[in-house]
Design a protein around this ligand. Sequence first.
Ligand SMILES: Nc1ncnc2c1ncn2[C@@H]1O[C@H](COP(=O)(O)OP(=O)(O)OP(=O)(O)O)[C@@H](O)[C@H]1O
Ligand SMILES: [Mg+2]
Length: 310
Amino acid sequence: MNDIVVEIKNVTKKIGGKTIINDLSFSVNRGEIYGFLGPNGAGKTTTIRMMVGLMSMNSGEIIIEGHNVVTDRAKAMMHVGAIVENPELYKFMTGRQNLTHFARMSGREISQERIDEIVKLVELDQALDKKVKNYSLGMRQRLGIAQALLHHPSILILDEPTNGLDPAGIRELRDYLRRLSREENISILVSSHLLSEIELMCDRVLIIQNGQYVGERLLDGRQEGELAEEMQAIQLQVDQPEKVKQVLQDTPWSVASEEGNRLMLSLSHEDIPKLIAALVSQNVQLYEVRKVTPTLEDTFLQMTKGGRIL
Ligand SMILES: Nc1ncnc2c1ncn2[C@@H]1O[C@H](COP(=O)(O)OP(=O)(O)OP(=O)(O)O)[C@@H](O)[C@H]1O
Ligand SMILES: [Mg+2]
């Protein structure tokens, strides 16, 4: 099996002479939760509509599990589960009746066991025999996700799934998406205009603005592969900043910025203990040595050169 589930290659979309998506390329790996971040109007929904074959493109191509979304649509869509607008649910039927109905309509073999398994994963087992009209927004969304997963897709695509959910609902969504990606080995693409959400939910994030690629980043805690020689930002808290600068004069390192007793330096992982040893040998009182990981917001601002904050 290929490790790349979805490939977007140089996709451009124009509507009424206006370029909405401009030469956009990215790919989603198997099993990852991929964040698709951009301010309102950036082109997230448009891209997703093209990915699920609901909208044409002017140039470029989208490949899902090796199948071109335009020329081989049915095969490509076999591997996709998506909620683009509101999930289509029958309000006067129970959750179970909805799922059974969609399983039948899908034209594929979907067993009762599969329905039970999926319902457990999205924690809907308690409510399954209640009518959908009595479901909360969060429960309807879970049922929509369960429906999208019935046929074992390789990728689940959700456009702004946290819209309208309260903080507890957002947290639950995060938890069961994580469980899904682990237990079903499914890739999940989640769009959002909120940095904080993507940061908590995703393994990797793509940032777009004005329909264009801005950058991609692995998210915190998933950077263990960090190269020893890669430069890192370190913050020191000391008693005498001036003395530190004097000590550093005879070393390869220098202070990048300072604020009171806090100094920022950029150095490699391997140099950190050497720097500490040099400072301690000169009797500098070190209160704190901290690695500073740039937040997604820092990265975004840096990538967009201080452009608008989402
Ligand atoms: N059918 C259409 N006709 C004209 N312009 C459109 C159409 N659909 C989208 N657009 C424009 O394309 C741009 C991208 O829209 P899109 O809905 O993809 O953004 P988005 O990132 O999903 O935004 P949001 O966060 O508000 O959902 C916007 O400027 C929008 O006005
Ligand atoms: Mg949108």
